[in-house]
Design a protein around this ligand. Structure first.
Ligand code: AGP
Length: 610
C-alpha cells in the first residue's frame, strides 16, 4: 500500500527520493509525489501513475534542495488523482506531510478546521494533518517535532507520517502509530521510510519506531522521542539482507524469481528444527504443558495466508486430532468467536502488518487465547503482538502475488501440525521423523517441477482467452485450488473460482460448456477415484480439463486435455508440490494477456487498512 521516503543531507535529494519510491513500488500504488525544501520554500510535485512519470516531471525541474519527503499513494479516501496524491500542504504551503494509514476522525477534524478558515485542496484524510500541523506550528514556531506531536494528539486512527516545514531547513519530523516508520543514518544524511527496503542502499542499521514514538532528522543526526516528548534511546536493528534481494537477479520479473526461490525456502524453514531426533519450535513461547492443553485451534489470516490456513486445518485435524477452524481475519474480528484459555490462535501473515489480522490478534488476546504468529517479516507487528512466532524464512517478497511466502507458511504450519501431534502423542516420534524427512524432500521435488515447465506453458496458452475458469480438487487438493484460483485472478484478471469437486453438480457444473477451463488438482490421494468421476462429468459437457497429476498416472490423460505432472509425494505434501505449477500457470496466463505480474492493478502488497 502507501509508501513513505524522506532524506535530509548535504546533496540534492531529488534522486534519493525517486530511488526510494522505486524501491517501494512493489507495495502497489496509484500516484506518487515529493515535497522538497528549496530557497526558503517547499516545492511539491505529484503525479498520477508510476514513479517513472514523476521522475520525468522532476527531471524537467531545477530542484537542488537537500531535504525532502516522498510518497506512493494507494487510494483509500478519494480517487487516484493529482490533487489527492501526497504530499499534502498547509494553507500557506509552508508545511507538507506524507502519511500512511487512516485517520478515522478525519471528517470531524476537517469540519472543525474548515470552520476555523482552513481551505482543503484534496478529498483525503491525510490533508487534515497538514492543517492541524499548521495550527500547532503557530503555537511553537521553530519546533516542527513538537508541533507534530501536538497535532497527532487530535488524531484517532493509524499513521506513519513524515513532515517538512519551509521554516526549518534540513529538518524532517516523523512519527508512527500502527503503521511502520523506520529511520536510519547514512554516510552523510539521515533517512526515513515506511519500509526498510527503501533505506538499504544507504544504511543497514535502522531504528523501527515503536507506536507513539517520534524522530527528528537533520543532516547530521537523528533524535528520538516518546509520545510525551521525552528524548529516548532507541534500539538499533541491523538488517543483513543483501541489496540483490531487492533486484530481479536475472529473472524477467520478481514473481518468477520468487517462485524459483521456493526450494531454498523449504530448506531454510526446516533448518535446525529436528534437534536430537525431536521436532522443536522454541519460538512457540508455549511450554509442553500449555501445548498439551490445547483443545481448539483457530487459524486467522487473509488472502493467500488464509489458504495456507485451510491446509493447516487439514493437517492439524489429521495428525493432532485437534478441532481447527480457519477464518478470514476480517470476519473473525467482528463476530464473537468461542475462545477459552486452551484455544490456540494461529495468525498467518506474510507482511506481518495486515490490519485485519492484527485486529483479530488483539481481539483473540483480550479473550484469553494464546496467539502464535507465522510471518515473514522480522519484528513486524504480528511478530511483536503474538505470544510466539515462526518466521517463514522466505526473505523479502517483492511481487504482490505471494508465492514463496505461501510456501514458507505451508511448511511452517506443517511443522506446527507435527509438533501438536507429537505433543499430544497422536504420532510417534518415528512417524514425526519420517514425515519431517519427506517434508524436506519436497525441496528437491520442487526443483524438478521448475526444471521443466513446457506442459504448464501449453496449458496456459490453451486457457488464456477464457472468460472464467474453475479450480477443483478433493480433500487437501481442494484447499490448494483456492490458492490456484486466487493467483490466477489477481495477476491475470481472468475470473476464477475454486470448488470442492464434489460440489460441482450442486451448481457450478451449469457453467461448463465447450472449452470451459477446469483446472484439477488430481494428484494421488484416497479420494482420487471420486475426483476422476467428477472430472468425467465435466468432460462430458465439453470442459477443457487441465490436470495436475502424479508422475506415472496415464489414466488421467483419457479425460484431461493437458496434464502437468508433479513428483509422487504423500497426499499431505501435495499442497507444496501442486501449488508450484499453479503459480507458474497463473503467471504464464498473465503474461500472455499482457499483464504486469509483479504489480497487478488495484492490489497492494501490504494491506494496512481495514
Ligand atoms: C497474495 O497473493 C495476495 N496478494 C493477498 O491475498 C495477501 O495474501 C493478503 O493480503 C494477506 O497478506 P499478509 O499475508 O501479508 O497478511
Amino acid at each position: 500500500m502507501c509508501g513513505i521516503v524522506g532524506c535530509t543531507g548535504s546533496m540534492p535529494v531529488k534522486k534519493v527520493l525517486v530511488e526510494g519510491l522505486k524501491r517501494l513500488e512493489y507495495r502497489g500504488y496509484d500516484s506518487a509525489g515529493v515535497a522538497i525544501q528549496q530557497d526558503g520554500a517547499l516545492e511539491v510535485v505529484h503525479r498520477v501513475g508510476k514513479v517513472a512519470g514523476l521522475e520525468s516531471e522532476l527531471a524537467c525541474r531545477d530542484l537542488r534542495g537537500t531535504c525532502g519527503i516522498g510518497h506512493t499513494r494507494w487510494a483509500t479516501h478519494g480517487r487516484p488523482s493529482t490533487v489527492n496524491a501526497h504530499p499534502h500542504a498547509s494553507c500557506d504551503g509552508r508545511i507538507a506531510v506524507v502519511h500512511n494509514g487512516i485517520i478515522e476522525n478525519f471528517a470531524e477534524l476537517r469540519e472543525q478546521l474548515q470552520a476555523r478558515g482552513h481551505v482543503f485542496a484534496s478529498e483525503t484524510d491525510t490533508e487534515v494533518l497538514a492543517h492541524l500541523l499548521e495550527e500547532a506550528y503557530a503555537e511553537c514556531p521553530g519546533d516542527l517535532l513538537t508541533a507534530l506531536r501536538r497535532a497527532l494528539q487530535h488524531v484517532i486512527g493509524a499513521y506513519g507520517v513524515a513532515a517538512v516545514c519551509a521554516d526549518e531547513p534540513g529538518v524532517i519530523a516523523c512519527a508512527r502509530k500502527d503503521s511502520p516508520i523506520v529511520v536510519g543514518r547514512g554516510k552523510d544524511a539521515s533517512y526515513v521510510a515506511s519500509d526498510i527496503i527503501a533505506l538499504i542502499d544507504a544504511t543497514r542499521d535502522v531504528v523501527v519506531l515503536e507506536d507513539g514514538q517520534l524522530a527528528r532528522l537533520t543532516p547530521e543526526s537523528i533524535t528520538y522521542f516518546d509520545e510525551r516528548g521525552r528524548e529516548i534511546e532507541p534500539e538499533i536493528t541491523h538488517v543483513d539482507w543483501d541489496v540483490d534481494l531487492a533486484e530481479k537477479g536475472g529473472y524477467p520479473d520478481f514473481m518468477l524469481k520468487e517462485i524459483h526461490e521456493q526450494p531454498r525456502v523449504v530448506r531454510d524453514t526446516l533448518a535446525g528444527r529436528m534437534v536430537g531426533g525431536e521436532l522443536s519450535i522454541d519460538e512457540l513461547g508455549l511450554s509442553y504443558e500449555e501445548l498439551n492443553l490445547i483443545d481448539r485451534v483457530y487459524v486467522i489470516a487473509c488472502g493467500t495466508s488464509y489458504h495456507a490456513g485451510l491446509i493447516a486445518k487439514n493437517l492439524i485435524e489429521r495428525w493432532a486430532r485437534i478441532p481447527t477452524e480457519v477464518e478470514v481475519a476480517s470476519e473473525f474480528r467482528y463476530r464473537n468467536p468461542i475462545i477459552t484459555p486452551s484455544t490456540l490462535v494461529v495468525a498467518v501473515s506474510q507482511s506481518g502488518e495486515t490490519a485485519d489480522t492484527l485486529a483479530a490478534i488483539r481481539d483473540a488476546r483480550i479473550r484469553g487465547a494464546k496467539v502464535f504468529g507465522i510471518t515473514n517479516v522480522v519484528g513486524s507487528p504480528v511478530a511483536r503482538e503474538s505470544d510466539g512466532v515462526i518466521y517463514t524464512k522466505a526473505n523479502k517478497e517483492i511481487a504482490v502475488a505471494s508465492t514463496k511466502s505461501f510456501l514458507g507458511q505451508v511448511v511452517s504450519l506443517t511443522l506446527l501440525a507435527l509438533l501438536l501431534a507429537q505433543t499430544k502423542g497422536r504420532l510417534t516420534t518415528a512417524q514425526v521423523r519420517l514425515l519431517f524427512r519427506e517434508l524436506g524432500d519436497t525441496a528437491e521435488q520442487i526443483e524438478r517441477i521448475l526444471h521443466d515447465t513446457e506442459a504448464i506453458d501449453e496449458a496456459a496458452y490453451a486457457c488464456k482467452d477464457a472468460a472464467s475458469a474453475l479450480f477443483v480438487g478433493r480433500g487437501i487438493g481442494s484447499a490448494i485450488c483456492y490458492e490456484g484460483a486466487l493467483k490466477l485472478k489477481e495477476i491475470s484478471y481472468l475470473h476464477a473460482e475454486a470448488y470442492a469437486a464434489g460440489e460441482m453438480k450442486h451448481g457450478p457444473i451449469a457453467l461448463i460448456d465447450d472449452g470451459f477451463p477446469v483446472i484439477a488438482v488430481a494428484t494421488e490421494s484416497p479420494v482420487y477415484d471420486k475426483l476422476v468421476s467428477n472430472l468425467k462429468e465435466c468432460e462430458a459437457r465439453g470442459a477443457l480439463i487441465v490436470a495436475i497429476a502424479t508422475e506415472g498416472d496415464e489414466e488421467i490423460k483419457k479425460i484431461a486435455r493437458h496434464v502437468i505432472y508433479v513428483p509422487k509425494v504423500r497426499d499431505c505434501f501435495t499442497p507444496i508440490t501442486a501449488s508450484v505449477p499453479l503459480q507458474l500457470f497463473a503467471r504464464a496466463i498473465a503474461l500472455l494477456r499482457g499483464c504486469d505480474v509483479d504489480q497487478p492493478r488495484n492490489l497492494a502488497k501490504s494491506v494496512t487498512v481495514e
